[in-house]
Design a protein around this ligand. Structure first.
Ligand code: HEM
Ligand code: HEM
Length: 129
């Protein structure tokens, strides 16, 4: 699948879960898990959709293995981190390793994306894409 399509599809799935989580907090009047909700939406919806727009603007990157790995690491990191943070904020310290591993995965994914952006911009300056 094209990198941008993967981003757009995963982003809409994650925001439906994230909004459901928000509604659940609002209805129950228990906002204790809001940091997990916030990061699920900001990493899983906003950031992922922005990655998608970037890849759509750079068709040469769409089928690259680095792009696929970067997106899957971001999706996995976001989901694992949200679960971990959710567990921590419901009084379950067992969530800590999940939050940590998810955060590291997301951070590694962002480093890969930063490398892609710098490399693609250098190619654009050189007139290659
Ligand atoms: C049906 C949609 C949504 C509902 C019902 C909802 C509900 C909530 C609730 C109840 C809180 C806790 C507020 C508090 O106690 O301070 C919250 C926090 C937050 N939500 Fe949502 N949310 C929704 C969608 C979204 C979306 C789409 C995003 C991001 C694009 C988002 C980002 C945030 C952020 C960043 C916070 C933390 C705000 C802060 O630090 O005070 N939410 N949301
Ligand atoms: C590896 C990635 C990230 C880690 C480990 C991280 C960690 C944190 C931590 C520890 C807090 C304080 C939470 C609290 O006091 O309860 C926080 C808050 C916040 N972060 Fe992040 N963050 C990450 C990525 C991001 C990204 C990419 C965005 C936006 C696109 C973002 C937006 C926010 C916002 C809006 C808040 C305030 C709302 C809240 O407390 O949940 N974060 N983050």
């Amino acid at each position: 699948m094209k990198a941008s399509s993967l981003c757009f599809r995963a982003a809409v799935v994650l925001v439906i879960v994230g909004m459901g989580w928000g509604l659940q907090m609002a209805i129950s009047q228990d906002h204790s898990t809001y940091p997990a909700h916030a990061h699920l939406n900001l990493l899983g919806w906003v950031s992922l959709f922005l990655f998608g727009l970037y890849y759509r603007l750079h068709p040469a990157l769409e089928r690259g293995r680095l792009a696929q790995a970067q997106i899957w690491a971001w999706i996995a990191g976001t989901v694992v981190m949200a679960i971990g943070v959710g567990l921590i904020h419901t009084g379950r310290p067992a969530g800590e390793p999940f939050a940590g591993i998810g955060a590291i995965l997301a951070f590694a994914s962002m480093l890969a994306f930063a490398w892609t952006v710098f490399r693609a911009d250098r190619a654009a300056v050189a007139g290659q894409g």
